[in-house]
Structure formats: structure tokens, C-alpha cells
Ligand binder design. Sequence first.
Ligand code: GRF
Length: 192
Amino acid sequence: MSMQKKRIAIFASGRGSNAARLIEHFAGSTHGEIALVCSNDAAAPVLALAQGHNIETFAFTKEALYNGNEVLEKLKSSGIHLVALAGFILKIPTAIVEAYPLAITNIHPALLPRHGGKGMYGINVHRAVIAAGDAYSGITIHLIDGAYDQGTKLFQARVKVDAGDTAETLAAKVLELEHRFYPKVVEGLCQL
Ligand code: GRF
């Protein structure tokens, strides 16, 4: 039985290391393919990386994301089935969330519901974990339902916070988990 590969769009704003792992993983997948890489930053290195893999890219402004439906139209015209947010800094507008029910994933570098919400991104998250004295941190991969860091959890993995950990060393440990598991979880969604 031949099955159509799920067409995945990645949204990334920054460094793009998770996007890179997703691109690597899906180059060898029979269930899904990265069909589009989107960013709100036309200069994001992830766009050049995608182009190097012959993946279509799409850059848009914050204004375009929130006013009008250019971004949603692009997803539709590219035949996108799944959206993987990978360090995407802006809130996904309701129209896109509603057009892609149960099909938009995000990865958060902590064990939600702890250390989520507005302003909780990047090193801030790991600083908060250290400041709280948590014994564990980790990753949460969840569906997007329109609010920051809410939505059905699909997967969590944890890592011990060691006595000598700083926000930076913890960030490195958590990022390793992200790279290891995000592609696998998105692959799992492609098989549904
Ligand atoms: C990751 O820590 C992810 O959990 C968060 O933003 C960061 C993105 O890192 N949402 P990168 O751009 O994938 O390297």
C-alpha cells in the first residue's frame, strides 16, 4: 500500500537547530517530508539551510502574520498537513490554529506546566528552573491551541538538574533532548 507523505512546514525564528534536526530526519523518512520552512525573519540562517536542501522557504513580517491571510494561504497552496514550530517566537493566529486542528506542534524547553507562558523562552526558562530549585527539567512537545505553551501534551522527557548546573549547562542538556525527540514525535504524527 502506498501512502502519501505528510507535508510538513517548519516555523522558526532564531538559531534553527531543531529545524536542522527535523530537516535531517525527514530527508530519510517515508512518512513525512519538510515541504516548507517559514520564518518571521528573512535573514534567519534556517532559511538558507532549507534552501541548501532544496526546501521551499517563506519569510513574512509580523504584520503579515496578523493582518490578512497570506501565511495561511501559503500553507494551503503548499499542501501542508502538519506545522512544526521550532523556536518560533510569535503567537500563531487563531485562523491558522483553526485551519490546522491537532496538526500544529511546539517544543518547549521545560516540563510544562512549569516555566511556560509569555516571556518564557530561551535562557529565561532555564534561569527560572535553576532559581526555583527544581530537581528536574526537560522538554515538552505539545499541540497548539492558540495560547502560549498550552495545548495537549504529546511527549515529555526529563533530565536531572545537577547541583553544579547553570542556566547555560542546563540549556545544553535540554537542547540535546529536543534534538533527540522532536523529529521522532513529528514522525509519529505523520503516521496517524
Ligand atoms: C528551543 O529551545 C525550543 O524549545 C524553543 O526555542 C528553542 C529553539 O532553538 N521553543 P533552535 O532555534 O531550534 O536552536
